[in-house]
Design a protein around this ligand. Structure first.
Ligand code: PRE
Length: 418
């Protein structure tokens, strides 16, 4: 089998030529654009499956971590034209029967470093419009990147999968509002890898059209997370008005400006106020001054884990015996002194309920879960590899979502962040 790696340069250039409009005019990438891309992107898809040999090594090192589900997928092959696509450890690689000597060179480790692979700006997809916190997170993670707005998180994932973007930035949890559950589900549904994290201090403002006073307001609109993070402060400000959820904070500001709404305020960043010509009615309205949202960065390929700086690893697992294995899984980390930084459970969508029949008393209905865990260790460390080898014994499904450097930036919450 000869692995043919993509030339990101070629793929992205051809994407640029065909879909440049979506990138140049900075309009959000929308679901319908993506649908039309899917129809027209056969050649792009055929580029997007190869991996360099070093990555293959890393993936085979991690083979032990793959789920039993993924193992069964390994045998799955699929014919497409003259190419045979084989699923290996959950990653699709490509066998080309006919090898053309003019084909681009395989990617090497250096191509997979955070620098743009195609010689131009790194393109980072985010959900929302300019002025959204996700845009600020993209800028913090990749200074000087080209941030690409998308109308939904799903679209941001697809933008990376279809080579329109190099990375996606995804909020996963907030210190006040908690986990952003839908995004955990998306991490599982898609095959992108977590390659980094950023923690962004989130400083909310109440924005309205110039001249509008607090007393005129009948409605506050924003992203549900932003509404949750400002709940108490809004009440303290006497704003017992209707709250309405919209897709993103900056989109709320844009909506007020575009529709000249004098009875509505938005919770958004100071940058959104500037961009959409709104005034700041109240500043710093988050319920806790050290309000932080954690974002993860996603890429088509994993990064090579290292041990020369603090790393975090994110996994997801399930077990067909329900929650009874949770203690065993947690002890695999505890025995090795590996700290967990996060544990989250989500409904097991493929098998949400497990029925246990007892002829005498009836049927117990247990809910089934997918468990997400973040732990403080790099997959390059034997203790992490051993812990996961042990976890695999207890689980019916296990996937490493990514092993990536921890955000260790000093804590300086300030408005200048946004
Ligand atoms: O609406 C935005 O501006 C976003 O970037 C989304 C989002 C979120 O999903 O949590 C990001 C950070 C804040 O916590 C509020 C909203």
């Amino acid at each position: 089998m000869k692995a043919i790696s993509p030339s990101p340069g070629t793929a992205l250039k051809s994407m640029n030529r065909v879909y440049g409009f979506a990138l140049k005019n900075r309009k959000p990438v929308r679901t319908d654009n993506i649908k039309c891309l899917v129809n027209r992107s056969d050649s792009v898809n055929s580029f997007s499956n190869g991996i360099g040999s070093s990555i293959a090594d890393w993936q085979s090192n991690c083979a032990i971590l793959s789920s039993k589900v993924a193992v069964s997928q390994q045998q799955e092959t699929e014919k497409s034209g003259n190419a045979e696509i084989t699923a290996v450890n959950g990653h699709r690689t490509m066998d080309l029967v006919h090898v053309d000597n003019n084909l681009p060179k395989p990617l090497t480790i250096t191509d997979l470093s955070p620098a743009p692979m195609h010689g131009s700006l790194l393109r980072v997809a985010y959900q929302g419009v300019p002025g959204a916190y996700s845009e600020a997170a993209a800028g913090k993670a990749y200074p000087n990147c080209e941030a690409i707005p998308c109308d939904q998180f799903e679209v941001a994932f697809q933008a990376v999968e279809l080579w329109i973007a190099d990375r996606a930035v995804l909020p996963v949890e907030n210190s006040l509002g908690g986990s952003i559950h839908r995004n955990y589900d998306l991490l599982l549904r898609h095959r992108l890898h977590i390659v980094g994290e950023v923690q962004l201090p989130v400083h909310h403002c109440l924005l309205a059209l110039p001249g509008v006073r607090k007393e005129y307001l009948t409605r506050v609109i924003s992203h549900p997370q932003a509404l949750a993070q400002c709940e108490q402060t809004l009440t303290q400000l006497g704003l017992n008005v209707a709250r309405e959820a919209v897709d993103d904070t900056a989109g709320a500001a844009e909506f007020i400006a575009a529709n000249n709404l004098r009875d509505t305020a938005a919770i958004a960043s100071a940058r959104a106020a500037e961009l959409y010509g709104l005034q700041i009615v109240a500043d710093g309205i988050q319920d806790d001054s050290s309000n932080v949202t954690r974002f993860v960065m996603l890429a088509r390929e994993p990064i090579i884990p290292r041990i020369d700086r603090p790393f975090k690893t994110s996994i997801v697992f399930a077990h067909d015996k329900g929650t009874s294995v949770l203690f065993k899984v947690l002890s695999a980390f505890a025995f090795r002194n590996i700290s967990l930084t996060k544990i989250e459970s989500r409904p097991h969508r493929n098998r949400p309920i497990r029925l246990v029949d007892d002829a005498n008393v009836g049927t117990a209905k247990h809910f089934e879960y997918m468990f997400y865990i973040d732990f403080e260790a790099s997959m390059a460390e034997p203790r992490a590899q051993n812990a996961l080898a042990e976890v695999q014994e207890f689980t019916s499904f296990l996937r490493v979502l990514g092993s990536y450097p921890m955000d260790m930036t000093p804590w300086i919450p300030c408005r200048g962040d946004l």
